[in-house]
Design a protein around this ligand. Structure first.
Ligand SMILES: Cc1cc2nc3c(=O)[nH]c(=O)nc-3n(C[C@H](O)[C@H](O)[C@H](O)COP(=O)(O)OP(=O)(O)OC[C@H]3O[C@@H](n4cnc5c(N)ncnc54)[C@H](O)[C@@H]3O)c2cc1C
Length: 381
């Protein structure tokens, strides 16, 4: 079925994204895996091409693009390379930077947005703590008032881009008595005294993305570093999470679709019992089912992206997109591994890495159980 989400402008933009990927990303993917991180040149080249901070207004060095479909195009193309790429990219461009664009003061915008658009300031979002991620309202990192300043103590974990970021939008408890209404977001620069990071965490997949623990030991910040309003951090995060979930959903389906297309080719090329393995009725029907699953999921995600571009996507629709897309992604990739036989279990085959990479998408950005909790509540349960 022809997709109607994108027009000629989006496709022209897609062509330029692909050129950048072919030229600057694909030649280095093995190195990214070995380094367990993307190098700074990845970011500065993306910035030089105008791909970072699409939503950053032109006056702060961004593209000032209002149409979210362009963001979706970048994430789709990066997902075809590997699931970690849209993850790192999305955390910066589509998840963290919008907090500054939409909630930042003029001073914060001038200080951070030009660097975020050029790739010289890499951002991360610090919500999850060792004690828990699903129950955000229970976070324990504290900021205590001391004169004109706040003194922050605590830690965050599983932070994407955490090892290499320059700025972390960090959720911190500013009022111990008020639960969800006592959380504030601070923009904390990595050069701050008392800020440190652990090693790059050793993950089951997504090697190319750096993921780290962050530590805050008497880190002093002022009111000028508060993002949005004091004690409104939880509300701010709830307002921003639908965009995080929809951009993850876009990447989930694009990633699985690409590997499925490669698997179809493998099924045509690989012979057993004198014929292509794709011709065995089991595999033929299986591939028919998998393509149907992907296209049906893609149609829903496309509708969500269009709704989000129009400012109409609800949190519940985003939750449905997130859990469903990650479920479909996992199921499809598991079958793709099976179709590859033993080669499907070899790291040198993209399908093996893709299968490992995909496992986390049911856990992060709000676990699928939390997504179903949100949907269930909307059903009046
Ligand atoms: C590779 C990676 C990158 C990440 N990047 C970031 C990042 O950049 N920034 C960031 O802040 N976080 C990040 N996370 C954290 C991620 O968002 C959390 O792991 C996730 O929210 C779950 O939190 P948790 O791991 O503490 O699990 P827990 O909250 O301890 O949950 C454990 C299990 O219990 C289930 N559960 C919890 N509450 C309920 C409930 N009410 N009903 C039903 N089931 C429930 C969960 O679904 C899960 O299955 C990342 C995680 C990973 C693995």
């Amino acid at each position: 079925m022809k997709r109607d989400l994108y027009d000629e402008d989006h496709e022209a933009f897609r062509a330029s994204v692909k050129q950048w990927i072919d030229r600057s990303v694909l030649p280095d993917t093995d190195k990214h895996i070995a380094d367990k991180a993307l190098p700074r040149e990845f970011w500065t080249e993306a910035g030089a091409n105008g791909f970072l901070g699409l939503s950053i207004p032109e006056e702060y060095g961004g593209a000032g693009a209002e149409d979210f479909r362009f963001n979706a195009v970048i994430n789709e193309e990066l997902a075809k390379v590997g699931a970690a790429y849209p993850t790192c990219f999305g955390i910066h461009s589509d998840i963290t930077v919008p907090y500054i664009v939409e909630l930042g003061t003029e001073e914060q915008k001038q200080r951070w947005l030009p660097g975020a658009a050029s790739g010289e300031i890499l951002t991360a979002i610090g919500m999850t703590e060792p004690s828990g991620g699903s129950d955000l309202a229970a976070l324990r990192t504290t900021a205590v008032r001391d004169g004109d300043e706040w003194v922050i103590n605590g830690s965050k974990t599983f932070i994407t881009n955490g090892y290499s970021c320059d700025l972390v939008i960090t959720a911190v408890r500013t009022d111990p008595e008020r639960g969800a209404k006592g959380i504030t977001l601070f923009g904390i620069e990595a050069t701050k005294e008392g800020f440190s990071r652990g090693r790059k965490l050793d993950k089951v997949g997504m090697e190319e993305s750096d993921t780290a623990e962050l530590f805050f030991e008497n880190v002093r910040v002022s009111d000028a570093e508060i993002i949005g309003e004091l004690n409104m951090g939880f509300i701010h995060m709830m307002q921003k999470l639908p965009q995080e979930r929809i951009i993850c959903s876009v990447a989930n389906i694009a990633h699985a679709k690409q590997i499925l297309v490669e698997t179809l080719q493998y099924a045509k090329d690989r012979k057993a019992f004198g014929q292509s393995i794709g011709n065995f009725q089991h595999n033929k029907f299986l591939l028919a089912e998998l393509f149907t699953q992907i296209e049906v999921a893609e149609a829903y995600i496309d509708k969500c992206v269009a709704a989000h571009a129009a400012g109409e996507l609800t949190a519940v629709e985003a939750a449905k997109a997130k859990w469903w897309s990650s479920q479909v992604q996992s199921e499809v990739l598991d079958h793709c591994v099976q179709i590859h036989g033993g080669y499907g279990f070899m790291n040198e085959y993209r399908v093996a890495r893709a299968w490992r990479d995909a496992r986390v998408t049911k856990i992060w950005a709000g676990s699928n159980e939390i997504m179903k909790e949100l949907i269930g509540r909307d059903l009046g349960l």
